[in-house]
Design a protein around this ligand. Structure first.
Ligand code: SAM
Length: 267
């Protein structure tokens, strides 16, 4: 990210997401989310590229993960690297507490926009942290996160911008404040195998580099599960954007769901 500026890639995601179908629920305020996305998108016109198809699948995956958790009784959700994600508005529910953890520059811009738009976000605990320098779990605690209560953590489109070392530190820190029964849904970039995926990643890297946010990491496919295990999380599902189990897929984008089990480091 450029020093002192909100994330441009986060603004572009918001521009894409405006037009995607969303999972509907009787609770929440989807209109507030749409107003935020429109404000953030401004005059950005996202092109109809393979990126749009990927982001559409990614949006559906995180929507479904969120509503399944809320409908299943989860009352604490943490959006990690939240950007302009408006799920804390779209799926707000009286008994559910939301937290947004993000870089201070992006979060300050989002909060200013919410205030300007007159959108009530008092049910959201905002925690600012630079994942390369600060302790994310400590920032969350200061915002009121309850480490004795299971949480769903969401980390969408963030890991690829951080080094593997920073992602490992982020996972370990959050695990230290996660009750047994917590889950982590996260997108992870894998090292490409087929040529076409390498080309897609090269195009994406060129696009995000122009926004000052070059891709920083990817994981070898075989190291996905050990990588999470080393930070105290057990991978329970890893699929590609089409829902194919990642071991069977040639694609390099993984949608991962991991759990915080009773025995840390196991699994
Ligand atoms: C591509 S955006 C994705 C935002 C959101 N999750 C979404 O899908 O719309 C990347 C996010 O990572 C955050 N980020 C990047 N580097 C960070 C860092 N060092 N510390 C904290 N957050 C960071 C940015 O502020 C931004 O919100």
């Amino acid at each position: 990210m450029r020093q002192g500026e909100a994330s441009m890639t986060a603004r572009h995601v918001a521009a894409y997401r405006q037009s995607f179908p969303r999972v509907a629920r009787p609770y929440g305020d989807p209109d507030a989310d749409q107003r935020l996305q429109a404000d953030v998108a401004g005059d950005i016109q996202p092109p109809a590229t393979p990126m749009a198809r990927y982001l559409r699948a990614r949006t559906a995956f995180f929507d479904r993960t969120v509503v399944d958790a809320i409908d299943g009784g989860t009352v604490q959700l943490v959006v990690v690297g939240a950007g302009y994600d408006g799920r804390s508005l779209r799926y707000a529910k009286p008994e559910v507490r939301w937290f947004e953890l993000d870089h201070p520059d992006t979060q300050a811009d989002k909060r200013a926009r919410l205030a300007d738009l007159g959108i009530d976000a008092t049910h959201v605990g905002f925690a600012a942290a630079d994942f390369t320098a600060d302790d994310p779990a400590a920032a969350l605690r200061r915002a009121g996160h309850d480490p004795s209560q299971p949480s769903l953590y969401l980390c969408e489109g963030v890991a690829g911008y951080l080094t593997n070392g920073v992602v490992a530190g982020l996972l370990a820190s959050l695990r230290s404040g996660a009750a047994v029964g917590s889950s982590f849904a996260i997108t992870v970039s894998l090292e490409p195998r087929p040529d076409d995926e390498a080309t897609t990643r090269t195009l994406l890297d060129a696009a995000v580099s122009r926004m000052g946010e070059p891709l920083a990491s990817s994981l070898p496919r075989a190291e996905l599960r050990p990588f999470f295990r080393a930070s105290g999380w057990t991978v329970v599902r890893a699929t590609d954007p089409a829902g194919v189990e990642i071991g069977e897929s040639g694609r390099n984008a993984a949608f991962v769901v991991a759990s915080a089990g009773a025995s840390r480091g196991a699994g």
